[in-house]
Design a protein around this ligand. Structure first.
Ligand code: SF4
Length: 731
């Protein structure tokens, strides 16, 4: 297979002697790939790894070109420091850079208390890094102020899953089940663009006679594959789900035996749904009643069915309730906790799942334990060898933390994130970052956020370090180190190790990832996301292990404190096999029943008015990933997706007098963004779409609304009120 190799920088790492099995650094599909020495060149190239069953060797353009970032000319190969306020970032040695980080964090802490120091992580960090970062924040810095950009990814689905099922694992079944069910409703998900190798599961579904329903305001490439496409007005999919549930009741399609035996709260949820009759739902959503009825028939007539959501319904100020409404539909029809049926979330970021399980989230301890649970604090404190009383309580969520910068939070350590591009109300977030007393950023390139820092620490990339990630299936995978990092670069774990040592923690922060994972296993033992039975060796031998996987003593599952581990759950001494499918016997709630959520439709935080008569929704393009910090450095990807655009309907384009490619200004209450028009009948006339991967004039997140979901604290990326107008150029 051909591969991408980048032009060397002069500090190109040592290539492996032979091919190494690993996984893509980008999205949560975590495609398997091989890396081998590049033919006739320095560095590595990607080769097919067909044995990994999730993608069977297929990769999208991002994964195929991932090695290009390893030796990009713009890669950071040594620390940078800003020696005077307003001065430039200048090269520095590691000792000076680390000393400056310690001084910056310590000064803020001494002057304003531990919560004046913040930590911001990322959903792309390995499990080991997420674990170490949470431990570093809470023990070394003593701060409660830690959260991560995964909050912006799937937190609403996580909150709804915990509320309904008592456990948050994005997919409670392997992806392979998607191809074998009878009907799938994809809500606000566009895998054809975001994770193309996953499209084969939906193609296979239809080849087997199954039905695919896509719900999206845009006629996406995924919608082109659907048997039925419903295009609701952005922000109304909660009403759509309630309307479908109403019809399920009205048409006598409720699985009363399942509801009686395996759920609670049905009467309240039913009453809420009955207030959303089809004609009302049509008025709210714009989806005609016959189409709603057709969707109900396809979903209920199939022997088994699934609902899968992604960012569309989740990134709303009512995201938790919206996902809850789709879960209600599954529960009422008996499409949960049964083979080939259920609700799942297509997690986005590479380690979006694992990154939310092991302690970098504001309210969590490792193993998906709650920070406000005394027993959880006791357990983790014992593993860490400290008194539970030293652990801070829950802190601010991601946007609230960013909003507090320069005020309550005076110094920030940030890694694996680029909020100048990816956060909502981004101009405000950028201003908050600039107002900090001290900012340290770990990154592989000088991202837009790193460019604002006082100290930039260059860190190793995916192929240069070993670590685990947990895919959207809940499968713990091993990314193997395939080559050496450039000499001036350190791993995130090495950075935390060095900072901890300077702050008096000579022990407790190993730089070796397997050592960190062994501790993570003990810390997670007995928790909801129990990894104690998973070892690097098992992952390698089995090509991934699904959690929960409690550990047998001989497998090292017992913790140092003797409070966890023990035999596998069936009492045998055989290693636990892992759990590909959840909830088949019982849900993870106290009484084993899934809980209906009595949710009702409510408007988005911003509805159109005379000044802002349209709706903006944001999303992704196939050739760029998240804030684009990595993928915008890859020539092939930039050729495919060189910049932002504004997608709008021909009628709207005609009304404002703009032609294809002409600049369009999109104005919200938070700012203005300008990008070329892309005119398509595949979008609602009352809606415009912008991808969010770029900084500058076309930055979509200049416009987005930081209104938060009350439960998940997810900002409302997916809907805000805007106006559009011609912007200079020819006109
Ligand atoms: Fe990587 Fe996701 Fe593309 Fe697979 S689909 S190659 S994991 S970015």
């Amino acid at each position: 297979m051909s591969a991408t190799t980048a032009q060397p920088t002069g500090q190109v790492p040592q290539a492996p002697a032979a091919a190494v099995d690993t996984h893509c650094p980008y999205c949560a599909l975590q495609c398997g790939m091989g890396l081998r020495p590049a033919a006739g060149e320095e560095g590595v190239e990607v080769i097919e790894r067909t044995a990994f069953d999730v993608n069977r060797g297929a990769l999208c353009g991002k994964g195929r070109t991932a090695p290009a970032v390893l030796s990009s000319r713009v890669r950071l190969t040594g620390p940078l420091v800003r020696r005077r306020a307003g001065g430039p970032l200048e090269p520095a040695g590691w000792d000076e850079a680390l000393d400056r980080v310690v001084a910056g964090l310590s000064t803020a802490r001494a002057a304003h208390g531990p919560d004046a120091v913040g930590v911001f992580g990322g959903g792309g960090l390995t499990n080991e890094k997420a674990y170490a970062l949470g431990k570093f924040a809470r023990l070394v810095l003593g701060t409660s102020q830690i959260d991560y950009n995964g909050r912006f990814c799937m937190s609403s689905a996580a909150a709804a899953l915990n509320r309904a099922f008592g456990l948050d694992r994005g997919l409670p079944f392997p992806l392979a089940d998607v191809a074998r069910t009878g009907c799938v409703i994809l809500v606000g998900a566009n895998p054809a663009d975001t994770m193309p190798p996953a499209l084969r599961y939906f193609t296979e579904l239809r080849e087997r006679g199954g039905k695919l329903i896509v719900i999206d305001p845009r006629r996406t490439r995924t919608a082109e594959h659907a048997d039925l496409h419903l295009a609701p007005r952005p922000g109304t999919d909660l009403a759509l789900a309630l309307g479908m549930l109403h019809l399920v009741v009205a048409e006598g399609r409720v699985d009363t035996d399942f509801v009686a035996a395996r759920t609670s709260g049905w009467e309240e949820a039913r009453a809420a749904a009955m207030a959303h009759w089809p004609e009302l739902v049509e008025r709210i959503t714009g989806v005609p009643v016959p189409a709603l009825r057709e969707a109900v028939a396809l979903f209920c007539d199939a022997q088994s069915s699934m609902v899968l959501t992604a960012r569309g319904p989740e990134q709303q100020s009512k995201g938790t309730d919206t996902v809850g409404a789709w879960i209600n539909l599954c529960l009422a029809t008996g499409r949960a906790g049964r083979p080939l049926s259920g609700y799942g979330c297509l997690t986005g970021q590479g380690n979006g799942q694992g990154g939310r399980e092991h302690g970098q989230k504001a309210d969590q301890l490792p193993g998906y334990r709650r920070l406000d649970d005394p027993a959880a604090r006791e357990h983790v404190a014992r593993v860490w060898g400290v008194d539970p009383g030293v652990l801070p309580g829950p802190g601010r969520s991601a946007y609230e933390l960013l909003d507090a910068l320069g005020r309550d939070v005076r110094a920030l350590l940030l890694t694996g994130s680029n909020p100048v591009v990816s956060a909502p109300r981004a101009a405000h977030v950028e201003e908050r970052l600039r107002s900090l007393d001290f900012l340290a950023v770990c990154d592989v390139v000088l991202s837009e956020t790193a460019a604002l820092a006082d100290v930039v620490l260059p860190v190793a990339q995916w192929a240069e370090e070993t670590g685990t990630t947990t895919s959207l299936e809940g499968r713990v995978l091993l990314r193997r180190r395939a080559l050496d990092a450039p000499p001036g670069v350190r791993t995130d774990l090495e950075v935390l190790n060095a900072l901890a040592a300077r702050l008096g923690w000579e022990k407790g922060f190993p730089a070796d990832p397997e050592e960190v994972f062994e501790e993570l296993r003990r810390a997670s033992a007995g928790g909801p996301a129990d990894y104690s039975g998973i070892t690097y060796r098992r992952i390698a031998e089995e090509d991934g292990v699904f959690w929960p996987c409690p550990g047998a003593p001989e497998a090292g599952g017992a913790d140092e404190a003797g409070t966890a581990g023990g035999p596998a759950v069936d009492g045998s001494t055989a290693p636990h096999p892992g759990t590909p499918r959840l909830f088949l016997d019982r849900f993870a709630t106290g009484d084993g029943r899934a809980r209906f959520a009595p949710v009702v439709h409510r408007p988005s935080a911003e509805e159109p008015d005379a000044d802002h008569p349209l709706l903006l929704t944001t999303g992704r393009v196939p050739a760029q990933y998240q804030s684009g910090a990595q993928t915008r450095r890859v020539a092939e990807l930039n050729d495919a997706a060189p910049g932002p655009f504004v997608e709008l309907h021909p009628r709207l384009a005609e009304r404002i007098g703009v032609a294809e490619g002409e600049p369009v200004a999109v104005v919200s209450r938070r700012g203005r963004a300008v990008a070329p028009a892309r005119i398509t009948p595949g979008i609602r006339p009352d809606t415009v779409f912008m991808p969010f991967h770029w900084p500058g004039e076309g930055r979509a997140n200049t416009l987005t609304n930081p209104a938060l979901d009350p439960v998940s604290r997810m900002p409302e990326f997916k809907v805000c009120a805007v106006r559009v107008e011609r912007a200079g150029g020819s006109g």
